[in-house]
Write a protein that binds this ligand. Structure first.
Ligand code: AMP
Length: 276
């Protein structure tokens, strides 16, 4: 697998593929790759002839400097994992390539980007939307693949890609979990053994809310019970646990619903969601 670090080099490689009639899937990541990320690359390989993974720990989407500093950086082993599953190209730019000193643009998604994660992490989705816009326009793939693990992020990306007429199909991929239900995340390595044993409760509680709501329970009552259960299980603070419309992330309507939560165990913030 080739590694490129500049937009010019990325475009040169992709231009040659295009000249041969080959299709391209893009898989943006912040590295510290696990099976969740690799499942996106595998899906990319099913969709397109060529797969491009990107590795960029985007400073603009971190609202806490300590979280950015603690974010794992493992490029060498990431590259090995991608090579092992036949990813064609890794784009790993440095911060100056993505954000030169003159950089002055911000992509901001109103409404859907201001709820839940947007409210708990001010500026987070502006950072995501800005960097993903850049990555989509730099590579101009046929398809870009994102995990349902970050459900709201996936909806935000679909929104700005449509609003800005970015000619790339945005596709979601199912959440990959450990056997006990914990969604894989690059942040899980920072859980203490004691907190790791508490962590599966988040998914279990989401499932109980979804079952209750489907059986006709009042969503507000179901999430109140869930909040108490998470608190008793050691989650503190609980940023949110909500039943929302799956597409707009507004109040649940007649369409498909989503149950979403974010809560802390020690220094680690976990997020998860399932269909409601
Ligand atoms: P990240 O490196 O955390 O920014 O994630 C890069 C991509 O991988 C995003 O599209 C995430 O939604 C996706 N992703 C992260 N964890 C998982 C998981 N457990 N299952 C599926 N996709 C995931």
């Amino acid at each position: 697998m080739k590694i490129v670090r500049t937009v010019a080099h990325l475009r040169e490689v992709i231009r040659a593929w295009r000249a041969s009639g080959e299709t391209v899937a893009l898989i943006p990541t912040m590295g510290a790759l696990h099976e969740g990320h690799l499942s996106l690359v595998r899906l990319g390989r099913e969709r397109c002839r060529r797969t491009v993974a990107t590795l960029f720990v985007n400073p603009k989407q971190f609202n806490q400097p300590s979280d950015l500093a603690a974010y794992p950086r493992t490029e060498e082993s990431d590259a090995e994992k991608l090579t092992a599953i036949d990813c064609d190209l890794l784009f790993a730019p440095d911060a100056a390539e993505m954000y030169p000193p003159s950089f002055a643009t911000n992509v901001s998604v109103r409404g859907i980007g201001e709820e839940l994660e947007g409210a708990a992490r001010p500026g987070h989705f502006d950072g995501v939307a800005t960097v993903v816009s850049k990555l989509l326009l730099q590579a101009l793939p046929d398809v870009a693949i994102f995990g349902e693990k970050d459900w709201q992020q996936l909806q935000v990306i679909k929104r700005f890609a449509a609003d800005l007429n970015i000619p790339v199909a945005i596709e979601g991929a199912p959440t990959v979990r450990d056997a006990d239900g914990l969604a894989l995340s690059s942040r899980n390595v920072r859980l203490t053994p004691a907190d790791r044993s508490k962590a599966p409760l988040l998914h279990a509680v989401l499932q109980r809310v979804a079952v209750a709501v489907r059986a006709g329970a009042d969503p507000a009552e179901a999430v109140n019970g869930a909040r108490r259960e998470l608190a008793a299980g050691g989650f503190e603070p609980i940023d949110y646990i909500e039943v929302r419309d799956g597409e707009t992330l507004g109040p649940p309507g007649p369409g498909p619903r989503r149950v979403l939560a974010a809560a802390w165990l020690g220094q680690v913030r976990l997020i998860d969601n399932i269909p409601g």
